[in-house]
Design a protein around this ligand. Structure first.
Ligand code: NOJ
Length: 565
């Protein structure tokens, strides 16, 4: 199969996103053009042909804005600029142009729940003092106790440690995440106007879509008396919870949708919303953001029953909103799926959810999956085999597929990062109890040699393990059996095969084998089991492992061509 990109008919339509393959780039770890150890926008520009050859429809750039990197760039100091270490606005424009020239759409990350503490607004708030308009943009409160030295509540932040931080004049501010990420006050109209300006700024620059960070957290009811942590966690999350998924957050997105629809084609958005599944369609509705992430596969084992439940449930949710669903196996917040599938199974989806303490946000990543990333029980080869099968199944599903940089190389999580090289605030705020998300953010290996395996000319900002060399792009490019070759071929075939957004399950006679058919007759069969399965009749288009002699081996997916009737 050639690595040149075929035409992208869907790219021309307003609904390009419905079944798009979106490739997530974590810019600081993709490619470093200037030898400072940090990936940058010119680095991405130098790799656009790689992205086109891979066959992706869109690129989602995690934050590249000025940031002190207290949370890997999700602490934004200026929403309408590029971090000077990552380039300039002119570099951004050049990158957008180069991607568009190859038919690849551009999605940027918007972080509206909190700013960086270095944002000019927060600096003004610190200077301006109590009762000022500048403090009204954030959530400041007096402390408890006679001298106010106790935080307003005993709430715990998502990254561990207290959710309130005291400033010099004695007031406290609220932060869902790290203390360098003060939450904005979405009851303040100025905050709304600021984000409308930001969205327009990027949309005018040609950005095609937005990924909305923690979209369910923006609005809060912090009227007194504030509940305790225990009271808070006993409250149902039904649209009226003080902190999560409040009904009125949709008013913000209705306003954003009106802005998106002023553009031709309308700008798209996808919500990162960790909410009850029944409430996902609110965010995915065409009057709201239009699409929402479905993270259920991050919780599932490589297990036929779990996959089928997740697929059925999410196709149903998508049809309720009129959107298409989004499939995700890896991202910058969770242990890479090759590693998850190399670890002992979870049990059931309910077990996975129950075994995790804390907020839903933590379920897939920070709580226990991460602690397993360093497990001695890791079966590296088995993990990759299952990851390849799961990916090929996912790419056969209706809806859009979100891929995370490096998964196309079959990369494992990097567990061996020394404590003094870790960057993730979860590691520091839990005093090392959670190792954090650095292991999936290690810079990509492009070549088998060199100071940072082709990432750049200097040591990378997170250390690459020696075993990364064997998975370098240059190594895998020449190997017909590599995971990179599998992704390239699958993405190109998918573009030719993609059709209506339906799926019909077929009988397989085995609980551990799933088979479905798409409207054009394209069939996807996955053997999740440990025993071979008779290969169904039909022309084999691609398989995640060696198929032959009428056998679909254990833990393998195959695509079968539509049959002429
Ligand atoms: C979700 C992002 O995916 C994660 O990386 C970040 O730490 C939090 N939101 C806070 O912005």
């Amino acid at each position: 199969m050639s690595s040149s990109a075929p035409s992208r008919p869907a790219a021309a339509t307003a609904e390009w996103w419905r079944q798009a393959v979106v490739y997530q780039i974590y810019p600081r770890s993709f490619a470093d053009s200037n030898g400072d150890g940090l990936g940058d926008l010119p680095g991405i520009l130098s790799r656009v042909d790689y992205l086109a050859g891979l066959g992706v429809d869109a690129v989602w750039l995690s934050p590249f804005y000025p940031s002190a990197l207290a949370d890997g760039g999700y602490d934004v100091a200026d929403y309408r600029d590029v971090d000077p270490r990552l380039g300039t606005l002119a570099d951004f424009d050049a990158l957008t142009q180069a991607l568009h020239a190859r038919g690849i759409k551009v999605v940027v990350d918007i972080v509206p729940n909190h700013t960086s503490d270095l944002h000019v607004w927060f600096q003004e708030a610190l200077q301006a003092g109590r009762g000022s308009a500048a403090r009204e943009r954030y959530i400041f409160r007096e402390g408890r106790g006679e001298d106010g030295s106790e935080p307003p509540t005993d709430w715990v932040s998502t990254f561990g440690g207290p959710a309130w931080e005291r400033v010099a004049d004695g007031q406290w501010y609220f932060h869902h995440f790290a203390r360098e990420q003060p939450d904005l006050n979405w009851d303040n109209r100025e905050v709304h106007e600021e984000f409308l300006t930001t969205l327009r700024f990027w949309a005018d620059r040609g950005v095609d879509g937005f990924r909305i960070d923690v979209a369910h957290l923006l609005t809060k009811d912090l009227s007194e008396p504030l509940p305790s942590k225990a009271e808070l966690s006993a409250m149902p999350i039904d649209g009226r919870h003080p902190l999560f998924d409040r009904d009125e957050v949709q008013e913000i997105y209705a306003e954003w949708r009106a802005l998106f629809n002023e553009y031709d084609p309308p700008r798209t958005a996808v919500a990162e919303a960790w909410v009850h599944p029944d409430r996902v369609p609110r965010y995915a509705h065409p009057d709201s953001l239009g699409q929402a992430f479905n993270f259920d596969l991050l919780l599932a084992d490589f297990d036929a029953d779990m996959f089928r439940q997740v697929i059925d449930h999410n196709l149903d949710l998508a049809s309720r909103s009129g959107s298409s669903t989004t499939w995700v196996l890896s991202n910058h917040d969770v242990v890479r799926h090759a590693t998850r599938y190399g670890l002992p199974p979870v049990g059931t989806l309910a077990d996975a959810a129950e075994r995790v303490d804390g907020e839903p946000e933590e379920r897939a990543g920070a709580a226990w999956l991460l602690s397993r990333g360093a497990s001695p029980e890791l079966d590296r080869e088995g993990g990759i085999c299952r990851a390849r099968a799961a990916t090929l199944l996912l790419l056969g599903l209706p809806g859009s597929a979100y891929l995370y940089q490096g998964e196309e190389l079959g990369l494992h999580e990097v567990a061996e990062i020394a404590d003094d090289q870790r960057q993730d605030p979860t590691f520091f705020r839990t005093e090392g109890a959670e190792i954090g998300r650095d292991g999936c953010r290690v810079p990509l290996p492009w070549t088998a040699e060199g100071p940072s395996l082709g990432f750049g000319s200097a040591a990378p900002h997170l250390p690459q393990p020696a075993w990364f060399a064997a998975s370098a792009v240059e190594v895998e490019s020449d190997d017909p059996a590599s995971t990179l070759t599998l992704y390239r071929q699958a993405l190109h075939l998918r573009r030719e095969l993609q059709c209506g957004e339906e799926l019909a399950w077929e009988q397989t006679g085995r609980d551990d084998v799933l088979s479905f058919r798409r409207p054009n007759g394209w069939r996807v069969v996955t053997n999740f089991g440990t025993q071979p399965y008779p290969l169904p009749a039909g022309e084999v288009l691609i398989a995640s492992g060696p198929v032959g002699n009428g056998i679909l081996p254990a833990q393998t997916t195959v695509w079968l061509a539509p049959q002429a009737s």
